[in-house]
Design a protein around this ligand. Sequence first.
Ligand code: CP3
Length: 356
Amino acid sequence: MAEAQSDSDHLFLRACRRQPVERTPIWMMRQAGRYLPQYMAVRAKVSFIELCRTPELACEVTLQPIDEFGFDAAILFSDILILLEAMGMELVFAEGGPRMPQPIRDRAQVDALPVPDPEQTMPFVTEAVRLIRKSLAGRVPLIGFAGAPFTLATYAVDGSGANKSFPHTKALMFTDPEAAHALLGKLASSCATYLEAQVAAGAQAVQLFDSWAGILSPRDYREFALRYAKQVIDLLRASPTWRAGGVPIIYFVNGCAPYLEDYATSGADVLGVDWRIDLATVRARVGEGVALQGNLDPTCLFLPPDALRERVREVLDSHGSGPGHIFNLGHGVLPMTDPERVRVMVDSVKSLSQRG
Ligand code: CP3
């Protein structure tokens, strides 16, 4: 087992800061989840929402992929929609995905939304963070997370991810832009407060998930998504906890290729990249000032082991051996994935990226 390391020595944290590393670190979005038999065994006993609300169980499933595959970072087990629930919205996890039965559609509803106090409304989240840090005992760093304001708004306004064009969200943006901006501003404050609480409890990096921002035109991306992700990042950097040292901030837009120059101005330390563009192209267009995370197509995990290993090599080669690459999938792992392919990916990254 790896020796407990001081914070600054961790491979993942060094890569986030674009410092030299002996090999490329790897973790995987949705690494704790339904493709893992151990996770399904826990889920046979409790619902997803109960799992999120029970720190001991959230801790258990957070550690499962670390123990099983040796990922270089853990990610808090929770969901981006927990924050909307804390803002007073009803949340249902049903077959076919999460739903909010009472979506936000007008200015009065926006104005009625509170900016929640995380310790009061989601004590199970900060408790889970503390418990996971203790259980990890320094083996790997813990990543906290939140949905970015635009992606949270798609669920708050459309009420589910059923229609990936999010017509109600776009209708609000274009028929009542003031209400849309008021909503996004409130979500930005809520996100920042929520992430600050996770960091205060022990999260060693944070990721903002803008999973659906890729549906926007470049100008709408700037106005409705990037602007508010930046607001979260600026609020975090201005907070007292940050002045005491701060932690790396990762910003992930699924479908970032049309916006790269704008994406590079987010203020994040690390940009998440999906598989629709090569890392070499991204690096050339965003410059050296930021680390990159990604970007294997999650469906490459369906390939036979040898072909999968080649795809891993291509991702590593595309970034090259310069500083600032964290290996990840371009989006979350799919439930139908064979865990043994995940092992092939992790082992391939570790062996193929060895320096010197
Ligand atoms: O990455 C991790 O392992 C940490 C845990 C995590 C979950 N959701 C667990 C989860 C994280 C970081 C998320 C983020 C999340 N949740 C996002 C952004 C990331 C992304 O994938 O784009 C979004 C859009 C959501 C909303 C959400 N929650 C969706 C779309 C779903 C899946 C619906 C489905 O049935 O496919 C969920 C449920 C969910 N969140 C599960 C897990 C493990 C599955 C729930 C179960 O066990 O039944």
